[in-house]
Design a protein around this ligand. Structure first.
Ligand code: SAH
Length: 515
């Protein structure tokens, strides 16, 4: 897209869907990948923002610790000033921008300011919630109309909702957005307007997510049931005969990790998979990387690699990032997998071996314990390395264990440092958020993710946050780094992979069976 500053950029008001990152439209997703900047708040699923390429600038306009969302006026000014700089901006909004989303107010201001805009619809909460809860909103046996109302009109200075008139209507479905706070008042007004006290009613909390919960009651009892079950937003109220159709149709069961917030510290490009798995269990992944991997291009090692072509030997990988950046570098230099023909392949553990396998390469040596020391031992144990070449693919933080071990056996070494590890900055609201509401679990998948966590939060805060959550480590090497900082490890993965980390979390959550 254009970054021509002489031209005003376009603002895309994009509906992100209500809570599950898969519910954005293809068009909305494409615009996100292509924009220059994104302006988002708490209602849009954070994974959609976290996965964006690092060159896209993010602006958070949601709630900050201790204060409400940024006033609408400031958001409007931000959008206008970004467009005036020539940037194409996605204004990402939860659900649909034009359903209780203030999208209308935003475009009115944009129009006044002469800023071009486009609007991309989204799945609004009620359609996703009904799908997740199994409530056919307009089942023709029960409902001939669907009415959507806000329960928040007083606070949002909108027109009053005529609850008494709505109460007099029959044969349809009433849906109330933002209705939790004022529920007792709304129910009172509906009943006084003539709604039957035994009207079928449901409140769906965090619909279409693994944390979905449904409270059903007769209308008159709904406020009490919600109070008893501690219903908190986001929740949607659904009233009408269609609610009774839910029986047997409600298919979305809360997962075993329902509502648990799990911090994922590895780089986003390597964490999409674990986020997806955790969501299936109902957890809310927080992809906040504490390390960032950047490729080193044209490192001197490549010439050595090319010169050693045809010599027998080994190529050794100790990380997923190594696999990716080595293979990317290989094709950048015009080679393909055949150039590895004379090399046997070693990988430090199942995660690295899996990354190789995904790219069409099978590791012949994977030690049973995933440490470089063990890899070095097994590599040097029986293999005749005299005169062989060992291509060591690594990052800037890797140590020399492998190099020293194979050199002592007479191998020639080609060192390829294909990536470097950096500490990213967290947006300030994430720092505040994590300090104030520590996640239920923090996952560390390498020593460098632990170092990054401590660097970003500062040692004191890092220790305090870790003490209030459960720290899960991928394996013994990472565990040592965590413990050296003085943090406690609640669980260590038996299998040193992302799946192993998920399993360790599941085991932690399981109630202890008495023996
Ligand atoms: N523009 C959004 C609505 C914003 S108002 C849309 O089209 O969906 C926010 C309200 O939406 C919440 O108070 C709640 O009533 C509802 N909501 C959003 N996501 C929800 C979810 N996953 N489950 C239940 N209600 C949800």
């Amino acid at each position: 897209m254009s970054r021509d500053t002489s031209e005003t950029g376009t603002i895309y008001l994009v509906g992100a869907g209500p809570g599950h990152p898969g519910l954005i439209t293809r068009l909305g997703h494409q615009l996100l990948q292509d924009c220059d900047a994104v302006v988002y708040d708490d209602l849009a699923p954070y994974e959609l923002v976290a996965e964006l390429p690092p060159n896209i600038v993010r602006y958070y306009v949601g709630k900050r610790a201790g204060r409400h969302s940024q006033p609408q006026k400031e958001t409007n000014s931000l959008l206008i000033s970004l467009a005036e700089k020539g940037l194409n901006v996605v204004r990402l909004k939860g659900g649909d921008p034009f359903i209780f989303g203030r999208g209308g107010e935003e475009v009115t201001r944009l129009k006044e300011a002469g800023v071009p805009f486009r609007i991309v619809p989204g799945v609004t909460a009620v359609t996703a919630v009904a799908a997740g809860a199994g409530i056919p909103l307009t089942d023709r046996r029960d409902a001939a109309w669907l009415l959507m109302a806000t329960g928040h009109e007083a606070a949002s200075a909108s027109l009053p909702v005529p609850w008494e008139e709505i109460a007099a209507l029959r044969g349809g479905t009433v849906v109330i957005y933002m209705g939790v706070g004022a529920l007792p008042e709304i129910v009172k007004r509906l009943i006084s307007g003539g709604a039957a006290p035994d009207t079928h009613a449901a409140v769906v909390v965090s619909g279409y997510t693994g944390a979905q919960r449904i409270v059903t009651a007769e209308l008159a009892d709904l406020p009490r049931s919600c109070a008893e079950q501690d219903v908190q937003p986001p929740a949607l109220v659904i009233l009408g005969d269609v609610v009774k159709r839910m029986d047997g149709v409600g298919w979305m069961q809360p997962g075993v990790l329902a509502g648990r917030r799990i911090l994922i510290t590895r780089p986003y490009e390597a964490s999409a998979e674990i986020c997806g798995i955790l969501r299936k269990y109902g957890a809310e992944p927080l992809p906040l990387p504490t390390i960032e991997i950047r490729p080193f291009e044209d490192v001197p090692g490549w010439d050595g690699f090319e010169r050693s072509s045809g010599r027998h030997g080994w190529i050794v990988f100790t990380s997923r990032a190594g696999v990716q950046h080595f293979l990317d570098g290989l094709s950048r230099r015009g080679h393909d997998l055949r150039s590895l023909h004379d090399l046997e392949i070693a990988a430090v553990g199942p995660g690295t071996a899996g990354a190789l396998w995904e790219r069409g390469l099978k590791a012949g040596l994977v030690p049973t314990v995933a440490t470089v020391e063990r890899l070095a031992e097994e590599l040097t144990a029986e293999k005749n390395l005299r005169g062989a070449v060992v291509v060591r693919v690594r990052g800037d933080l890797s140590d020399d264990t492998i190099e020293k071990a194979v050199a002592s056996k007479g191998a020639g070494i080609v060192r390829l440092t294909v990536y470097r590890t950096m500490t990213p900055e967290w947006e300030p609201h994430w720092v505040e958020n994590v300090k104030e509401y520590p996640p239920d679990y923090i996952t560390f998948t390498s020593g460098s993710t632990v170092d990054g966590f401590v660097k970003i939060l500062g040692r004191g805060e890092a220790l305090s946050v870790a003490a209030r959550s459960k720290v899960v480590s991928i394996g013994p090497v990472t565990t040592k780094v965590i413990e050296d900082y003085g943090m406690e490890v609640a669980a260590e993965a038996a299998l040193h992979t992302q799946e192993g980390v998920v399993k360790a979390i599941l085991l932690l959550g399981r109630p202890v069976t008495p023996v």
